[in-house]
Design a binder for this molecule. Structure first.
Ligand code: AMP
Length: 201
């Protein structure tokens, strides 16, 4: 099964992707994590991506599409992928369609996490505080200023994907304001799982 978690920054895509990964043996593919690793490694992709990421803007489509195309070929992606933070533009969605088609795979579901924009800046502030408290490194783009840009970019460039997938009949909307457990339950209920896949863990 291949699915997309769609939603603005701070909607809980990463948290829910990790839960789905553990529960169903799928692989979380977070383009944000991949790009942060590339920046940390100082690779050519990282060098190209850094300035966009620091500004809260989208990294050019060709960079991200190339990285995803390579990544989904890896053996750990064979059982299925949870795309987290990808696609983020219509050209990326079109590229995903053609890359999955070429590989004889398909997209089974797109789950939109619906959240109030007013809650997002607060959620991201909390994420930074919790990371700091646990001695971790706070993301360079988890600041209120960058968050504003990231939200604007989401509305302008990513939200058109809601209509793109709704037209295909594979979009499911879930209330992302509920508790983490409730959101997980709602996502699971929205997935086209075989009956035995729904048994409690
Ligand atoms: P995220 O961790 O998903 O919030 O992503 C962090 C940053 O990485 C974003 O603000 C973008 O600069 C970049 N990024 C992640 N995924 C993509 C993507 N699919 N397309 C373009 N830029 C991306």
């Amino acid at each position: 099964m291949n699915l997309i978690l769609l939603g603005p920054p701070g909607a809980g895509k990463g948290t829910q992707a990790k839960r789905l990964e553990a529960r169903f043996g799928l692989k979380q593919l977070s383009t944000g994590d991949m790009l942060r690793a590339a920046v940390a490694a100082g690779s050519p992709v990282g060098q190209r991506a850094k300035e966009y990421m620091d500004a809260g803007k989208l990294v050019p489509d060709d960079v991200v599409i190339g990285a995803v195309d390579e990544r989904i070929e890896q053996p750990d992606c064979k059982a299925g992928v949870i795309f987290d933070g990808f696609p983020r533009t219509v050209p990326q969605a079109e590229a995903l369609d053609s890359m999955l088609g070429r590989k004889g795979r398909r997209l089974d579901a797109v789950v939109e996490l619906k959240v109030d924009s007013s809650a997002l800046v607060d959620r991201v502030r909390k994420r930074a505080e919790e990371t700091r408290a646990s001695g971790g490194q706070v993301r360079a783009d988890d600041t209120p200023e960058t968050m504003e840009t990231r939200l604007r970019v989401y509305h302008e460039q990513t939200s058109p994907l809601i209509a793109y997938y709704a037209k295909r009949g594979i979009l499911k909307a879930v209330d992302g304001m509920a508790t983490i457990d409730k959101v997980s339950e709602a996502i699971e209920a929205a997935l086209p799982l075989p009956k035995q896949g729904r048994n409690p863990a």
